[in-house]
Design a protein around this ligand. Structure first.
Ligand SMILES: NC(=O)c1ccc[n+]([C@@H]2O[C@H](COP(=O)([O-])OP(=O)(O)OC[C@H]3O[C@@H](n4cnc5c(N)ncnc54)[C@H](OP(=O)(O)O)[C@@H]3O)[C@@H](O)[C@H]2O)c1
Length: 490
């Protein structure tokens, strides 16, 4: 009450005094304003005051220096003084200060989280180095060496993430890469990924890729993520693939892009999850083509190489669709495994003549050749009428570019494909050369199907990280049912 009375009577009085004072000595008022808001801060002299004594027009700071709410409360009478000078603004000012403090808190929290992320990244690369299997020239599988102090890769753009690799799979492509297969094309992709000037990308070579880490897919944990990474964050368990221009996954860490990954299926281990990304990203265009084929009745599909990585994945995916009948071609030892994937009919290419077996069966809408070997004869067993497809993973595109360079190699491949396509059309079917392409959204779909039990990972054998050469030997010998996995972290 006493305070109320005093403020009611005193404020108008002091306002009057202040107005008079403002007219006669603005510097004194300015001093008063500073004193009430910046109790412990020295008062900077107004430049005009310093030079000329009292200026003709008052010079106030355009924005009051920040002060935390309550810091001036211990100064008692200042409340009154502040009220005199800015009676209506005081509430707003406190609200502003509170807002600024909250913003400051948010910013500090964001900074703390960023530091945490960086710390995790630093922990990941605390020594700055990692173990990685590398080759120093294109030679053979025997040229791989387990290096102990390879630099941990860094994020090169905001879509990148750094992944701690727990497991990776060995693909036939990795074996071929030790001999330089595909290097010409990959060299161009590598150069283009650095946004180099296009003519240089197309017409010149070449930057040495060594030391080179192989390995194209993985399951692991995100340890650092660029600002434009979406769908996953630091600490998430993910599985995915790596673009061909990057250092590979037979290492403790690797970087990849946000569109190459998906959350790992929760129901399976890292070793099992690592068996899926490369084969899924190879098969997806073929499987989507079959899925979207219009059909009045059952679609009949022949999968050649049904026991391999791509084949075993494809059979399961197709059997999860409605109205698809799958005949698989595989070796004797794989028959039980292929039957367990849901294949409706199996042809043993080792115990029987595949062509005679095909003659005995109804014709197919779709043939998917997911293995090496010459299966051109099978095209006769397509229904034709321009509604059938022969899709293969084996064609000479990379070989042509390796042998002739990009321009001549692409031209030769275009000619080869045109001839094959025209031949196929004349017999009533379409020819498709399918290829691996990173596809995070499809991997997310695969993860859901795994969790629902529609697809199970087929792992032939898991090797410790140190035994990668033995794993390469097994894949090279073609002695696999499903996938061969390398485990970096249990
Ligand atoms: N173009 C691309 O982008 C691309 C991408 C990925 C893969 N590929 C190619 O696609 C093929 C399959 O890849 P993958 O990862 O599934 O290979 P994979 O796991 O090694 O499987 C190949 C399977 O083919 C079977 N096979 C071998 N000889 C056969 C024959 N004469 N007839 C029928 N089956 C036979 C083997 O099964 P059995 O044990 O039953 O004999 C083996 O399991 C490979 O040739 C690979 O190079 C191409």
């Amino acid at each position: 009450m006493e305070q109320l009375i005093s403020s009611r009577t005193v404020i108008p009085l002091v306002r009057l005094v202040a107005r008079k004072l403002l007219r006669t000595n603005p510097a004194a008022v300015q001093h008063c304003v500073y004193a009430t808001t910046q109790a412990d801060t020295p008062i900077p002299p107004s430049s005009s005051t310093a030079k000329h004594g009292a200026p003709e027009t008052p010079v106030f700071p355009s924005r009051m220096p920040d002060v935390a709410p309550g810091t001036s409360s211990s100064e008692g009478p200042r409340m009154t003084t502040a009220g005199i000078l800015f009676p209506k603004d005081t509430g707003e000012k406190i609200a502003d200060l509170k807002k600024e403090e909250k913003q400051g808190k948010d910013k500090r929290q964001e900074q703390r989280q960023q530091t945490e992320r960086n710390t995790k990244c630093d922990t990941a690369s605390s020594a700055g180095t990692m173990k990685a299997w590398q080759i120093s020239k294109f030679n053979d599988v025997g040229g791989m060496k387990l290096e102990q102090d390879v630099k941990v890769p860094s994020l090169s753009d905001p879509f990148d993430m750094l992944v701690e690799i727990h497991a990776a799979s060995v693909n036939p492509f990795d074996i071929e890469r030790t001999r330089g297969y595909g290097e010409n094309l990959i060299q161009y992709i590598r150069t283009a990924s650095k946004f180099s000037w296009m003519p240089q990308t197309v017409f010149t070579r070449k930057e040495q890729p060594f030391p080179l880490t192989l390995g194209r897919d993985f399951s692991g944990v995100v340890v650092d993520a660029g600002s434009l990474v979406h769908g996953v964050k630091t600490g998430d368990e993910i599985f995915g693939v790596i673009g061909p221009h990057r250092q590979g996954t037979f290492a403790q860490y690797a970087t990849t892009s946000t569109w190459c990954v998906a959350k790992k299926p929760a129901t399976i281990s890292h070793a099992e999850a690592a068996s899926l990304p490369y084969i899924a990203c190879t098969a997806w265009s073929v499987l989507k083509l079959i899925e979207n084929l219009p059909a009045m009745s059952e679609k009949r599909v022949l999968v050649i190489g049904g026991s391999g990585g791509v084949g075993s994945f494809s059979i399961q995916y197709l059997k999860a669709l409605r109205n698809v009948h799958v005949t698989a071609v595989c070796g004797t030892a794989a028959i039980d495994m292929v039957a367990s994937l849901g294949a409706d009919d199996i042809i043993d290419y080792q115990a029987s003549d595949v062509e005679s077996e095909l003659q005995r069966r109804e014709k197919f809408d779709f043939i998917f050749q997911a293995t090496r070997g010459d299966y051109d004869f099978s095209k006769k067993y397509l229904k034709g009428m321009l509604k059938s497809f022969f899709v293969t993973l084996n064609y000479p595109l990379l070989k042509n570019i390796d042998e002739r360079g990009s321009v001549a190699g692409l031209a030769k491949s275009a000619a080869d494909y045109s001839i094959e396509y025209a031949k196929g059309l004349s017999q009533g079917y379409h020819t498709v050369w399918a290829f691996f392409a990173p596809n995070g959204p499809f991997l997310q779909d695969v993860a859901k199907r795994v969790e629902k039990g529609q697809i199970r990972p087929i792992v032939d054998k898991v090797y410790p990280f140190e035994e990668l050469p033995a794993a390469f030997q097994q894949v090279e010998a073609g002695d696999t049912k499903g996938k061969v996995i390398i485990e970096m972290k249990k």
